[in-house]
Design a protein around this ligand. Structure first.
Ligand code: GMT
Length: 390
C-alpha cells in the first residue's frame, strides 16, 4: 500500500534502529520505514543483519547499514551498543539524518542518544518506540533500569504500542514524560481471508479443524499451554495443530506433545516465510503468552479472518475483543483456553461471525495509513523539540 500526499512537511532523512530478526518489533519498524520510503523520504535501516522483511528486496529510497561488532578477549561480550552508536553517527554525518527512530529503548534508544552526542553539525531528533520486553522484562531489571529510564527521558518523543505498555512504562520505570500510544498496524492486503486448500492439507484433512500458533518459542509465549489445550481439545473432536516458528522451548513443546500422545496430530513447522498464506488456512489462533505488549501475530490472524483465543496478558485485550473477535482467558488457565477454543470449534456460525468481526476490526481500527500518519506527526513534534534544544 502506498500512501499518497506528502506525509511529512519536507523531504526527510530517517534512520531506523531495529532488531532485524523475525520478531514483531522488526516487522513494525521495517513496514513503517518502507511506507516513508514509498512516500519519497530517505530511510536508512541500521541493524546487525539485513532485516528479514527486506531480504530479496531493493526498494527505492532505502539503505541498509549493518552494524559490525568486534570480539576482543578482554570484553566479556561484544560492545553492541557502542558499535550501533558509531554506525549511526557515521550515517548521520554522511547522509544528514533528520530523525532517528529507535525501536526498543535498550539498547537502540541508548545508542541513538549517544550517537546524537557524537556528531558534528545539526543533531537529529530521536523518537523511541517501546515494544514490550525492552521495558517489561529487560528495562525494569536492576541491571538496566537506569539506562532504560535515561534513554526514555532523553528521547525527543516516545511512543508505546499499547495503553498497557504506556502505563507500565510510567509506573514501573518511574518515568514522568509524555508517552504517546500508537498501536501496531497490519497490512490487510497481505493478511486477508481466503481459502488455500492445498496448503491447508499439509497440516489437516478436510474433515479436521486446524489450530495455529506462531511465535519465537520463548518461555514468555507459554507454548506448552498451546500443546496442553490442543491435547484436551483433540480428545473430543477432530482437530490438528500447526506450531510455527522456532526458539528455546520448541523441543520442550514437542516432548510434551509426544508425552500427551498428540505428536502425530501436531506439526512443528519451523520458520515459514509465507506466514500470511498459512494464517488464513487456520480455523482458530491460540496465543497464551505470559506477557505481550501488543501481540502483532494476533492482529495478523484477525486480519486473515481467524478468531483468536488469547491470554489477558499486557495489551492483548486491546487487540482481541473478548466475545467479539475471539476470547480472552487468564494467563495459565489451560482449562479456560480449552473451554473457549472448544466453544468456537464446535460452533461454525459463531466462529465465522467472530472471524468476520476480527477482519473488520483489523481493517478499521488498525489501518496502516492511520498509524503511519500518527508516526509522521510524532516525527514533526520530535523535530521541533530537537530544534529548540539545539
Ligand atoms: O515477543 C516477541 O515475540 C518479539 C517482540 C519483538 O521485540 O519483536 O515483540 C514485542 O513487540 C511486538 C511489536 O510491537 C509486540 O507485538 C509484542 O507483543 C512484543 N512482545 C512482548 O511484549 C513479549
Amino acid at each position: 500500500m502506498t500512501l499518497t500526499g506528502p506525509l511529512l512537511p519536507r523531504p526527510t532523512t530517517i534512520a531506523v534502529l531495529l532488531h532485524g530478526g523475525a520478531g514483531g518489533s522488526g516487522v513494525v519498524a521495517t513496514e513503517l520505514g518502507l511506507r516513508f520510503a514509498q512516500a519519497g523520504h530517505a530511510v536508512h535501516f541500521i541493524s546487525a543483519r539485513v532485516p528479514f522483511r527486506l531480504v530479496d528486496r531493493s526498494d527505492a529510497n532505502v539503505w541498509v547499514h549493518q552494524v559490525e561488532t568486534m570480539a576482543y578477549p578482554l570484553f566479556d561480550a561484544p560492545l553492541t551498543t557502542l558499535a550501533q552508536a558509531s554506525k549511526l553517527a557515521e550515517v548521520i554525518e554522511t547522509y544528514g539524518v533528520d530523525v532517528v527512530h529507535a525501536h526498543y529503548a535498550v539498547p537502540h534508544a541508548t545508542a541513538a542518544v549517544l550517537a546524537r552526542e557524537m556528531v558534528e553539525g545539526p543533531r537529529p531528533a530521536v523518537v523511541t518506540t517501546l515494544h514490550g520486553t525492552d521495558v517489561t522484562l529487560i528495562g525494569i531489571d536492576r541491571a538496566y533500569l537506569r539506562a532504560t529510564r535515561h534513554a526514555v527521558n532523553a528521547s525527543d518523543a516516545v511512543t508505546a504500542v499499547s495503553r498497557h505498555l504506556r502505563d507500565h512504562t510510567l509506573n514501573e520505570l518511574g518515568v514522568q514524560r509524555e508517552v504517546e500510544v500508537i498501536p501496531n498496524a497490519v497490512d490487510v492486503e497481505r493478511f486477508r481471508p481466503g481459502p488455500d486448500p492445498d496448503l491447508r492439507r499439509r497440516f489437516a484433512r478436510d474433515d479436521e479443524m486446524l489450530l495455529l500458533h506462531v511465535s519465537n518459542f520463548r518461555p514468555v509465549k507459554r507454548t506448552c499451554d498451546v500443546v496442553r489445550t490442543f491435547a484436551a481439545l483433540r480428545a473430543e473432536r477432530p482437530v490438528r495443530l500447526a506450531m510455527v516458528g522456532d526458539g528455546p522451548e520448541r523441543h520442550k513443546a514437542a516432548e510434551l506433545a509426544r508425552s500427551l500422545g498428540v505428536d502425530d496430530a501436531t506439526t512443528f513447522v519451523g520458520a515459514f516465510p509465507r506466514i500470511e498464506a498459512l494464517m488464513r488456512t487456520a480455523d482458530l489462533f491460540l496465543l497464551p503468552s505470559a506477557q505481550e505488549a501488543f501481540g502483532l501475530v494476533a492482529l495478523e490472524a484477525m486480519a486473515s479472518g481467524v478468531p483468536v483465543v488469547a491470554s489477558d496478558a499486557g495489551g492483548l485485550p486491546e487487540v482481541v475483543l473478548d466475545g467479539a473477535t475471539g476470547r480472552i482467558v487468564p494467563v495459565g488457565d489451560v482449562d479456560g483456553f480449552t473451554r473457549a477454543a472448544g466453544e468456537l470449534l464446535d460452533d461454525d456460525e459463531l466462529r465465522a461471525r467472530m472471524g468476520r468481526a476480527a477482519r473488520r476490526r483489523a481493517v478499521v481500527d488498525f489501518a496502516e495509513d492511520d498509524v503511519v500518519r500518527a508516526y509522521a506527526r510524532t516525527y514533526v513534534v520530535a523535530s521541533e523539540r530537537a530544534a529548540q534544544g539545539r
